[in-house]
Design a protein around this ligand. Structure first.
Ligand SMILES: Nc1ncnc2c1ncn2[C@@H]1O[C@H](COP(=O)(O)OP(=O)(O)OP(=O)(O)O)[C@@H](O)[C@H]1O
Ligand SMILES: Nc1ncnc2c1ncn2[C@@H]1O[C@H](COP(=O)(O)OP(=O)(O)OP(=O)(O)O)[C@@H](O)[C@H]1O
Ligand SMILES: [Mg+2]
Ligand SMILES: [Mg+2]
Lengths: 227, 227
């Protein structure tokens, strides 16, 4: 499904250049659940942003379902993001002027499912135990509640590619387990390809493979025989 | 040092009322290191915000060093926050128009230490391994790097009361260990009173006591004999 070949991302900073990614090589099969680990600053968010069409590499190739997405113009990238990708951002990116329910409805409406929009949105909020926070605005939600709305929103369109940037960083063990179960179900039942960035060591066992980044490139890949 | 007596915090939401805190009783001794745990939405951030003078309870009393801070006017609360409290926010609250170094310098300048401001700021960034990100703006930093600037900033004035809301939520195990060591040092060497909210189970052993919240009040308190 995905091939990243010698991908680079640099930021010129005066005399210095920051290499967020350098010579990153990674192939991911359709339906795989990959956990992406690595120290703070090693390039995990940058990798997800490039795969999700939110950022472009400064070098290398990124091929998704046979198409080189780094070469898409803005219109095609937007279509790619809306139809193919579900994204749980490290800092949620909820729409502050919409309630929890409206944030999920909005995501659903982007792929045009008119009828049962409200019913499906309520189901998604129930999946992350937020049915009684439906009418709260993001500023009226706890950190972990905002994170869960972001997860419900990402799952809404049953995306072919689910990208999760620290989806349990603000959740207690029990709530985290619930969320990871929902992500795993999407992978197992719908065949979604999932890339999960997490510092939570207990997440690694659920992966098909664990990819470790270091200083902007792949340092190590481990396979889990029975995830 | 701190006494919270039957503290309540309610938010009227149309017909329903949300009880973020209800009848919360908690006493914390000077120099204690307390870890505050509990499910997402149980009132941890609300508790820290009230102790840090960022929010007021709707019921009960909050006494810090003999003074009822919930009765302070805005000027006294601002002075309390600046001189007594160091705060690591769940979502950092960095000043977006200042670099990492400037964010730390700004915190130092609030307590008027003119000379060696830059040197001390650089030391604090080095403490969290960010010396070569000094000139990056928050938008040019990774999630964990932003979190570390927030930590450096909170430690800057060696506060008497350090309040940390999920300080390692975006950090890998190794970086988290480094940060927790710095927090522990402030507690052991400077005698700072520390209240640490965390979902990270490995943090509990470093506490003198572990306080568990549930639905806005204290459910359980455990003492660690030898933290
Ligand atoms: N402004 C507000 N209006 C209405 N409800 C609110 C508001 N702020 C917080 N709440 C509610 O109060 C409860 C406690 O919030 P708080 O942020 O203290 O939880 P928390 O323990 O920090 O959770 P987390 O672990 O998810 O960060 C939550 O259920 C939240 O929905
Ligand atoms: N706009 C930018 N300008 C300059 N440097 C940047 C910019 N964005 C990111 N960086 C740098 O690129 C590196 C990789 O960032 P990235 O956000 O991908 O890390 P990460 O692995 O997600 O880290 P974390 O675990 O802390 O979230 C970091 O060292 C960061 O400082
Ligand atoms: Mg990141
Ligand atoms: Mg919170």
């Amino acid at each position: 499904l995905i091939a990243m070949q010698s991908v680079g991302k640099t930021y010129p900073m005066g005399d210095l250049t920051v290499h967020a990614l350098r010579g990153l090589d990674l192939t991911i099969a359709r339906g795989e659940l990959v956990v992406l680990l690595g120290p703070s600053g090693s390039g995990k968010t940058t990798t997800l942003n490039i795969l999700g069409g939110l950022d472009r590499p400064t070098g290398g190739r990124v091929v998704v379902e046979g198409e080189e997405i780094a070469r898409f113009d803005e219109r095609r990238l937007t279509a790619y993001r809306r139809t193919k990708v579900g994204f749980v951002f490290q800092f949620f990116n909820l729409i502050p002027t919409l309630t929890a329910l409206e944030n999920v409805e909005f995501a659903l409406s982007l792929t045009g499912r008119g009828s049962s929009l409200i019913r499906r949105s309520r189901e998604l909020l129930a999946l992350v135990s937020l049915e009684d926070r439906a009418d709260h605005f993001p500023s009226q939600l706890s950190g972990g509640e905002q994170q869960r709305v972001a997860i419900a929103r990402a799952l809404a369109n049953r995306p072919a590619l689910l990208l999760c940037d620290e989806p349990t960083g603000n959740l207690d063990v029990e709530t985290a387990r619930q969320v990871l179960q929902a992500i795993r179900d999407l992978n197992r039942r719908e065949g979604a390809t999932v890339i999960l960035v997490s510092h939570n060591a207990s997440i690694a066992p659920m992966a098909d493979r664990v990819v470790r980044l270091h200083d902007g490139s792949v340092a190590k890949i481990e396979s889990n025989p029975h995830p």
